[in-house]
Design a protein around this ligand. Structure first.
Ligand code: HEM
Length: 395
């Protein structure tokens, strides 16, 4: 590639963005994407510096890549805030998202994985996303925010509507805004239903208690429930799908994993680095700054392309190879710094548990390539359908 043509809103691009990211790193690592009106940083050093320098690269007013997101999506989400507001809210949720606090969810994640797989095992066919991965993360996050089973498909449907993008759509559509407002309505009613208590020892309980104590506003509680329903759901679904696809595409790696399941935590890190599901995070420039000779002005919008950074040859040896023994945790698939993913431990747990069961029950699954379908969004990348076949498993 002799010039950079990189369009994160192009459906075709989503099938294989990696050659374009590579061209951007080599030819124009501080790329200005004209149609969306934002800078895109693609080198590991630049992205990492932006994450660390949170006074220059700020989150207030940086909710999504779309220019109209701030006016059309009105609730405050702590992701789109800076210290001290961000520190206050994150401090309320973070203790509940530590690996030790989450370990009690492991049995539930496994039970749900098996329940979802079981009806399909004797048929020899399973759509890894549509039958399994699209449900598991929503079911698990629902436990933490107290969404009843009966409502989970509704909430998931709203989240899907919010992130779906038509080809080359650079502003939010009516469907996106309707998805967001559906979530807002749902969580307004949800908080009203729980207003009188009792308070659980989960994320919903922690936020409602904080509201009573004046440490979180009602709008922040609803906004953060919206955030959790999206973040806790879409990205992990896509990561499980990406892992299923890459293991199938690399049979040598799949064999290694089948022979030695203790490699699974390393394999999860490698899929996060190699094909993580969140590609571009958003910042605004807080004070004028120069990056590799380009002048970024206060107020400019900036995309931090973590997945390009994760394949930067200046950081990772042989970055384009998928090596489940690599085990590097220097990737930025969960971001970095003060906004690093709050659900990283949960996402790791769910992906590990799903593949412990997939590799135990159907290690030789084959993917029907003609049935692969993708979700389309400039940030969240992954499949909506991965149909597989395998030798039927008798109960
Ligand atoms: C594979 C799955 C996941 C990926 C790839 C992912 C990725 C990310 C990334 C890159 C960020 C940083 C955003 C930024 O700096 O602008 C982030 C933040 C966040 N994630 Fe995740 N995430 C995943 C799963 C989850 C889960 C399961 C939850 C559920 C609790 C979650 C909740 C959050 C929240 C609340 C934030 C905002 C943190 C803050 O601003 O302090 N994520 N995530």
């Amino acid at each position: 590639m002799s010039q950079v043509i990189l369009d994160p809103y192009d459906h075709e691009f989503h099938w294989d963005p990696y050659p374009y990211y590579r061209a951007a790193r080599e030819l124009d690592p501080v790329y200005y994407y004209e149609p969306g009106g934002f800078w895109l940083l693609t080198k590991w050093d630049d992205v990492n510096r932006a994450f660390r320098d949170h006074k220059t690269f700020i989150n207030t007013g940086a909710l999504a890549l779309e220019k109209d997101a701030n006016e059309k999506l009105p609730y405050p989400l702590f992701l789109a805030s800076d210290p001290p507001e961000h520190t206050r809210q994150r401090g309320i949720l973070a203790p509940l998202m530590m690996p030790a606090a989450l370990s009690r969810l492991e049995a539930y994640a496994r039970e749900r994985t098996l329940e979802l797989m079981r009806p399909h095992l004797p048929t020899g066919r399973l759509d890894i996303v549509a039958d399994l991965a699209c449900y598991l993360p929503m079911d698990v996050i629902s436990r933490l925010i107290n969404v009843p089973i009966a409502d989970r498909d509704t909430v998931r449907g709203f989240a899907d509507d919010l992130i779906a993008r038509a080809d080359k759509q650079t502003d939010l559509s009516e469907r996106n805004v309707a998805g967001y407002m559906g979530l807002a309505r749902y969580f307004e009613e949800h908080t009203a239903r729980h207003a009188a208590g009792p308070r659980g020892d989960d994320l919903l309980g922690a936020m409602l208690r904080a509201q009573e104590q004046g440490r979180m506003t009602h709008l922040e509680v609803v906004g953060n429930l919206i955030l959790l329903a999206i973040a806790g759901n879409e990205t992990t679904t896509k990561l499980i799908g990406n892992m299923a696809y890459r293991l199938w595409e690399h049979p040598d790696q799949r064999r290694l994993l089948a022979d030695d399941p203790t490699l699974l935590p390393k394999a999860v890190e490698e899929i996060l680095r190699f094909d993580g599901s969140s590609h571009i995070l958003v910042r605004r420039v807080g004070v004028d700054v120069t990056v590799r000779g380009k002048n970024l002005k206060k107020g400019d919008r900036v995309g931090l392309c973590v997945i390009s950074a994760n394949r930067d040859a200046d950081k990772f040896p042989d970055p384009e190879s998928f090596d489940i023994k690599r085990g590097s945790r220097d990737h930025m698939a969960f971001g970095y710094g003060i906004h690093a993913c709050l659900g990283a431990a949960l996402a790791r747990l769910e992906t590990r548990v799903a593949f412990e069961e997939i590799m135990r029950l159907i290690p030789d699954y084959q993917i029907e390539e003609s049935g692969l379908k993708r979700a389309h969004n400039p940030n969240v990348r992954g499949f909506t359908h991965i149909p597989t076949t395998f030798a039927p498993v008798r109960p």
